[in-house]
Design a protein around this ligand. Structure first.
Ligand code: AKB
Length: 314
């Protein structure tokens, strides 16, 4: 088997920290170079090679690919839904330029695989909200969603035109304890655990019955690696796969926390993120991922709550 040398761009974010640790187990510590525009996340500091790298700086990325003999790149740098709405042009530039440059480098440098995450944000108010299918009406209303859907089309185009092996998942809201999310609409589902432990109360920026698709980070990381390791003939869409685990509302996650912290209280003060959430699916049909490359989630809400509270309180 060909030895892979992996570069992660944007490894300091919520997904990157855990993905770097997991990929180091798969490919060997020295074969996975984590990179970010900022200093390494404390968890990554001592765990293996790290480079300061701007996702928009194509010459620097090319230099690193050549110097290190990189064969696979995971591009995780992005502006998410809530921060994207504060500076739409910047979000478009960051999310698109970093991807298009990397797709070109992938063809030019003959990279064996590229991973680029998409999101449930590609869907919009005109999409069926329940059990949203893999292929359906797609009219995103946030700049983040627009950039993710355009990016999916570019990934498909580079695969069709140049045979580039680029793979992608539409992540739901991700919940993790090792690293914090930044600038998303689903971030409340991480903040709530921190606040429950610290203050036994939380004010949610989404209303009590706002259902959104969600996933524990362990499932997301395993799914990402399984997708990347699957034989190419199992990957039947070169857009991005719907991926699902659970779906809950702020009221339900609060009830799950109350099983461990009985006097935990929640109140609600919806802000601009409510409108974003209202345009997104409430649940996702990920049967294509389950059929094509055997995706299976492991964590439901209560199992995740026990893990989150257990790990955060250590
Ligand atoms: C966000 O809320 O923007 C992200 C996402 C669903 O992609 N977590």
């Amino acid at each position: 088997m060909k030895k892979e040398k992996v570069l992660i761009i944007g490894s300091g974010g919520q997904i990157g920290v855990e993905l770097a640790l997991a990929l180091r187990k798969v490919h060997g510590t020295d074969n996975v170079i984590a990179s970010d525009i900022r200093d390494p996340h404390p968890i990554l500091k001592e765990s293996g090679p790290f480079a300061i790298l701007n996702a928009m700086d194509a010459p620097a990325i090319l230099e690193l690919i050549r110097k290190e003999g990189i064969t696979q790149v995971y591009l995780l740098a992005a502006m998410l839904s809530a921060t994207g709405e504060k500076d739409p042009k910047r979000a478009w530039e960051v999310n698109m330029q970093s991807l298009l440059q990397l797709l070109d480098l992938g063809v030019q440098e003959k990279l064996s695989k590229i991973y680029w995450p998409s999101s449930i944000a590609v869907f919009g108010p005109t999409t069926p909200h329940h059990n949203t299918p893999q292929q359906t009406v797609v009219e995103p209303r946030t700049v983040y969603g627009i950039s993710k859907y355009a990016g999916e089309l570019w990934c498909q185009y580079y695969h069709q035109r140049w045979g580039l092996d680029v793979r992608s998942l539409r992540y739901p809201g991700l919940i993790s304890w090792k690293s914090a999310p930044g600038g998303g609409t689903t971030d409340y589902a991480v903040e709530i655990y921190h606040e429950a432990l610290k203050h036994k109360k939380y004010t949610s920026f989404l209303s009590e019955d706002t259902y959104l698709p969600m996933m524990y980070m362990d499932d997301a990381i395993r799914g990402t690696i399984e997708l990347m390791e699957a034989p190419a003939e199992m990957i039947k869409t070169r857009m991005s796969y719907n991926l699902s685990a659970m779906s809950f509302s702020p009221k339900e996650i609060a009830a799950s926390i109350r099983k461990h912290i009985p006097d935990f209280t929640i109140d609600y003060a919806p802000d601009f993120r409510q409108q974003i959430a209202d345009g997104w699916p409430k649940s996702i049909d990920d049967s294509a991922a389950r059929e094509h490359w055997n995706w299976k989630h492991e964590f439901d809400l209560d199992k995740m709550t026990a893990e989150m509270l257990g790990n955060l309180s250590k």
